[in-house]
Design a protein around this ligand. Structure first.
Ligand code: ADP
Ligand code: MG
Length: 347
């Protein structure tokens, strides 16, 4: 278990990279930290690892306050984006390095390195050096080194981001299977929302050193707490349209919809995922009118952009069902969300 209390980091120069974070990650949980570049993900991971000293607040690992302990005494293993392998050491020596630091005798180290290498499908590479490996193999060696000493937690800082798209998907599945098998608490940092949703039991969405929302992948996808989360999560960005409620009716993007009960009159932001908009060839009450202006092929589906009087609306339709460019179309919402003052309104 990892728990953070009031964790704050202000760098010299005044950047508040972590702003009073409170968080508990359960034993065995796969926890993803998701957010744009510069939001404080790496700083948080480095603070948990002991590579960065917090300005205030505390870090506990399995009920021990480790805030003042050096990295070597925290029983965590970190995997970096660039893998940080030792170039002059063989794969076997790299994997066994944490054991060497712990003064495990040489024959035992070699046996352990061989065992871990087998598990990660690296056994034929034990005598090579990192420069003689592909990116995917280097990434596995970094993983092998992390698991060799049975840490209480894994800390991953964008470990898949240097792999090409295909290898990245393979490595993702591999990593998830490995984490399930080992059941080790894992904090996984990424700026890739698809990666976070695919891997994690829970996701925290960060912005400017704060947690904006913490929830299961389904929760952050279906009920983003703010428009920032709504815009950040999803493989196609959510439509976020300015609207207004007046005497029980919601006016948005040229359509009038019934307003949800109990919501006072006033401005709102209407959110609908492109996947939840159905595209019609004729007008229907509650459908947004527009003209088809862009078609983007997504493989089995097409992303259609509709231009309306004052905004753009995107809908995903099955491949082959897209209306031609320049023709009128109506987007009918099947699921939607309402925000006011940048907070999600409960339906
Ligand atoms: P992320 O990993 O989410 O991209 P970082 O944790 O690396 O973000 O950085 C968070 C913020 O802290 C950024 O504004 C960054 O410029 C700043 N920062 C990170 N490390 C240092 C440092 N050593 N000194 C000063 N500012 C830093
Ligand atoms: Mg980073």
């Amino acid at each position: 278990m990892i728990s953070l209390h009031g964790l704050t980091k202000v760098f010299a120069g005044g950047v508040r990279a972590l702003d009073a974070l409170d968080l508990t990650i359960a034993d065995g949980e796969f926890f993803a930290l998701l957010g744009p570049s510069g939001c404080g993900k790496t700083t948080l991971l480095r603070t948990i690892a002991g590579l960065e000293t917090p300005t205030s607040g505390s870090v506990r690992i399995n009920d021990t306050d480790v805030t003042t302990l050096p990295p070597g005494r925290r029983d965590v293993a970190m995997v970096f984006q660039d893998y940080a392998l030792f170039p002059h050491m063989t794969v076997s020596e790299n994997i066994a390095y944490p054991l060497r630091i712990r003064k495990v005798p040489r024959p035992e180290r070699a046996a352990k390195a061989a065992e871990v290498a087998r598990r990660l499908s690296l056994p034929d590479l034990l005598h090579r050096r990192p420069a003689q490996l592909s990116g995917g193999q280097q990434q596995r060696v970094a993983l092998a080194r992390a698991i060799a000493c049975h840490p209480a937690a894994f800390l991953f800082d964008e470990p898949l981001s240097n792999l090409d798209a295909r290898l990245r998907l393979e490595a993702r599945t591999f990593l998830k299977r490995l984490q399930r098998e080992l059941a080790v608490t894992t904090v996984f940092v990424t700026h890739d929302q698809a990666e976070a949703l695919a891997l994690a039991d829970r996701v925290a969405v960060m912005s400017h050193g704060r947690m904006i929302q913490i929830g299961t992948p389904a929760e952050v996808f279906q009920r983003p707490a703010t428009t920032f989360v709504a815009a950040f999560i999803g493989s196609t960005p959510m439509n976020l349209l300015p609207g207004e409620i007046t005497s029980g009716a919601l006016h948005v993007a040229g359509a009038t919809l019934p307003a949800p009960a109990g919501v006072p009159d006033g401005d709102v932001v209407y959110g609908a995922r492109p996947e939840y908009l159905e595209l019609l060839r004729e007008a229907r009450p509650g459908a947004f009118p527009g003209t088809v202006s862009v078609l983007e092929n997504l493989g089995t589906s097409t992303l259609v952009t509709l231009e309306t009087d004052d905004t753009l609306i995107q809908a995903v339709v099955p491949e082959g069902d897209e209306p031609p460019i320049g023709t009128p179309a109506w987007a009918l919402p099947h699921r939607s969300l309402l925000y006011r003052d940048d907070r999600l309104l409960r339906p």
